[in-house]
Design a protein around this ligand. Structure first.
Ligand code: PGA
Length: 244
């Protein structure tokens, strides 16, 4: 099998104003070329400006969600074609905050992933258990169930990335043990339709723990929230991935 590509993806969530685009420029200056893929996913309002400021650099831009339709009467929504038109290359889909705050199901996530693929975007599809599900011993059932239901038929290493994000580790400073991450990533690798689909870990990844996490087999990178907002922090994580 081809080795999965390594990817450091930053998820800015609902953070960032125009002045913050300079963080993307700083990151691009630090990595004029890169052995690993680098993506920043700012709020939709900044995608165009960020993409324009990164032309010619190794850093790509992504969205945080898209609608299943290409256009139409869907007030407040954004289509995959619009993200692509604004300069995005990737889109995060099925993040646990979307699943919780907007009742997104895995079936809907798969529809969104189809729309993303139709628009030529790489879908970063998120899966992960809640703390109650982990405590009940349901982690692998939940994660593999989400994987099966959230990936569309056409998912391949060229159009899809899977991010394992335990809900209880997001924004909490808590992370699973390295063995717990390894267990889930091994199971994901055995069950993805294309073994070269990159598998990211997400949830409280910081410069201080990145190298340990990237040393785990079947971890091909990270989806980073809080620590992606500053180029200094995210740059350290990108460097750790490059050295892994
Ligand atoms: P965090 O968020 O790095 O702030 O924990 C990760 C994510 O939600 O993608």
């Amino acid at each position: 099998m081809n080795a999965p590509r390594k990817l450091a993806a930053g998820n800015w969530k609902m953070n960032g104003l125009r002045a913050d685009v300079q963080e993307a420029r700083k990151l691009a200056a630090e990595f004029p070329s890169s052995a690993v893929d680098i993506v920043l996913c700012p709020p939709a309002t900044l995608i165009g400006a960020m993409a324009a400021s990164l032309i010619g650099s190794a850093v790509r831009v992504g969205g945080q969600d898209c609608h299943v339709a290409a256009s139409g009467a869907h007030t407040g929504d954004i289509s995959a074609a619009m993200l692509s038109d604004a300069g995005a290359h990737h889109v995060i889909l099925g993040h646990s905050e979307r699943r919780a705050d907007h009742d997104e199901t895995s079936v809907l996530v798969a529809q969104k992933a189809r729309a993303a693929h139709d628009a030529g975007l790489v879908a970063i599809i998120c899966v992960g258990e809640t703390e109650a599900q982990r405590d009940a011993g349901q982690t692998l059932d939940v994660v593999l169930g989400q994987l099966t239901d959230s990936l569309p038929e056409r998912a391949s290493a060229t159009n899809t990335v899977v991010a394992y994000e335990p809900v209880w580790a997001i924004g909490t400073g808590r992370t699973p043990t390295l063995e717990q991450i390894a267990e889930v990533h091994d199971a994901l690798r055995a069950n993805v339709p294309d073994r070269a689909i990159p598998l990211l870990y997400g949830g409280s990844v910081k410069p201080a723990n990145a190298a340990q996490i990237f040393a785990i087999p079947n971890v091909d990178g990270a989806l980073v929230g809080g620590a992606s907002l500053k180029a200094s922090d995210f740059g350290a994580i990108v460097a750790a991935l490059g050295a892994a």
